[in-house]
Design a protein around this ligand. Structure first.
Ligand code: SF4
Ligand code: SF4
Length: 500
């Protein structure tokens, strides 16, 4: 075999004074990094195979293991970063496209961190959420331009709405890209908290059929697992045009991940690659999209809101305007930090725009055109905590999707190797030995806890602003101030600078 020029990314250090040779690390690492050497009677580790998923570090009973960046440094060079050089070694060896999992990790500015939230002082006093009612219930769907009320009762018939107890939903992740236990965890957590999970493009596993009241079913370009029963099962339908991690390209689930369960759910032969085309082959214009939206509404008796999900790209505001006019009830926009099971690295890291700008631009455009009430806006692709959510709502979002954060709640340690199918945490894998590492009951409790914690924090932040209903914050950009932003960035975000 030709000599590989690839260098290790991580270094494993074992504190021999602590190691008790229990071999937990040997059993836990699906990448076969650790091995018990019978001759030397000790555990040895192959650093080259480590992806830094922390599984062995966390489970080592004596905390004898440390994983850190491999301390190899290339000669200092202002242009060639070590990642560039390593990529070239790999591609020169394989001749293939570089794949990546999870989201864009490049050090682009994080605009959430450049916006600060207001708080009341003296006038318009703050509200104590522990003592006073705070309303953060959110309704997603088309709203009428005006409401007719008769004898204190609503007379106007509202289009179908999704009711969320917290303005956070779990974003689309397909069964196939994540395990059934991961899906079950999210489904149960969504039910417990009063929100929604999303099937992604892989269909709905029969074990989750009872979770329809908390489920958004997705229709993507491959149409995997889409049939009348599936459309009827969900509370809303999402047409996926694009996603933040890989705008403009389709999806690929390798045949190795298409076992009997995935095959049955997706309605494709076992072991075959599931390739979603880049475009929907029946959508080449806004009119075509309109046809699909109305076909899905027709098929479900106009009882479910229809989402259209797009990636945040350069002309996102104009695209969103077209989608609203095409009859969508909700537009979901996924920013360039959005996660995925597998994406070409160059697409993940260099295509799309930050969600903060996309959201501000879309909300502004829809308001200018007088059609903001016709759609709800849901954003995803970068939400890390409750203050990001509050800032998103102030910029104009009705609710947010979380994917990466939700998987972290289940145990993901962000090694970004989801595409290998060897997720040691039982999340992005179909290997039965690994899948059972994630107990759906524990996963559901952890994911639900995360949303409950954020719900408390959102109420606290709202109370601090003297606001007792999330609705009053929606699009209220006066509640934000920018720091370390250019004039142009402030203008696009539609916010003032700190101190103004
Ligand atoms: S891949 Fe994960 S489990 Fe395996 S050695 Fe590295 S950190 Fe440990
Ligand atoms: S889901 Fe698993 S493989 Fe993917 S980043 Fe998280 S820990 Fe790694």
């Amino acid at each position: 075999m030709a000599l590989s020029y690839a260098v290790p990314n991580f270094l494993i250090e074992r504190d021999e004074s602590r190691c008790i040779d229990c071999q937990v690390c040997v059993r836990q690492c699906a990448n076969e990094v650790h091995k018990f050497d019978e001759d030397d009677e000790k555990i040895v580790s192959d650093t080259m195979k480590c992806v830094n998923c922390h599984r062995c570090v966390v489970l080592c009973p004596t905390k004898a293991l440390t994983v850190r960046e491999f301390p190899l440094e290339f000669k200092k060079n202002g242009h060639w970063k070590s990642d560039d050089i390593k990529s070239i070694y790999i591609q020169a060896e394989t001749g293939g496209v570089l794949l990546a999992g999870m989201g864009n990790d490049k050090p682009y500015p994080i605009y959430w961190d450049k916006m600060l939230i207001n708080a009341s002082q003296v006038t318009n006093p703050s509200i104590d959420p522990l003592r006073e009612p705070m309303e953060i219930k959110t309704f997603l769907g088309r709203k009428p331009a005006s409401l007719e009320i008769e004898n204190g009762k609503l007379k106007t018939k509202l289009p179908p709405q999704l009711e969320l107890e917290v303005p956070v939903m779990f974003s689309a992740m397909s069964f196939g890209s994540i395990s059934l236990n991961a899906h079950k965890s999210l489904a149960r957590a969504a039910r417990e908290v009063g929100t929604f999970f999303n099937t992604g493009e892989g269909g709905l596993h029969r074990d989750l059929a009872d979770f329809g009241d908390n489920c958004i079913v997705q229709v993507a370009s491959g149409r995997f697992g889409v049939h009348q029963e599936y459309l009827d099962a969900g509370s809303a339908i999402e047409i996926k045009i694009g996603q933040g991690a890989k705008p403009g390209i389709g999806g690929h689930l390798p045949g190795e991940k298409v076992g009997p369960e995935v095959s049955q759910t997706r309605m494709i032969p076992e072991g075959s690659d599931a390739i979603s085309p880049a475009p929907h082959h029946d959508i080449y214009s806004i009119e075509d999209l309109r046809q699909l939206i109305y076909s899905l509404k027709e098929a479900t008796n106009y009882k479910k809101p229809v989402f259209v999900k797009i990636a945040a790209v350069h002309n996102v505001a104009a695209i969103a305007s077209g989608i609203a006019r095409a009859g969508a009830d909700v537009i979901a926009i996924d920013g360039f930090r959005g996660g995925t099971g597998a994406a070409p690295l160059r697409t993940r890291d260099s295509v799309g725009i930050p969600i903060e700008f996309a959201l501000a631009a879309v909300d502004t455009r829809l308001r200018q055109e007088g059609i903001r009430n016709q759609v709800s806006l849901v954003i995803g692709g970068s939400i890390r905590n409750s203050s990001d959510i509050v800032k998103a709502v102030a910029l104009g979002a009705d609710a947010v999707y979380i994917g990466t954060a939700a998987l972290m709640a289940l145990g993901c340690h962000l090694c970004q190797k989801c595409y290998t199918g060897k997720c040691n945490w039982g999340i992005a894998t179909q290997d039965p030995r690994l899948v059972k590492r994630l107990n759906p009951e524990i996963g559901a409790r952890r994911a639900a806890n995360l949303l409950k914690a954020w719900k408390h924090e959102i109420k606290e932040l709202l109370g601090g602003m003297g606001i007792n209903a999330l609705e009053s914050l929606r699009g209220n950009r006066l509640m934000l101030r920018g720091i370390d932003l250019t004039e142009k960035e402030l203008e696009i975000l539609g916010i003032k600078a700190a101190g103004e």
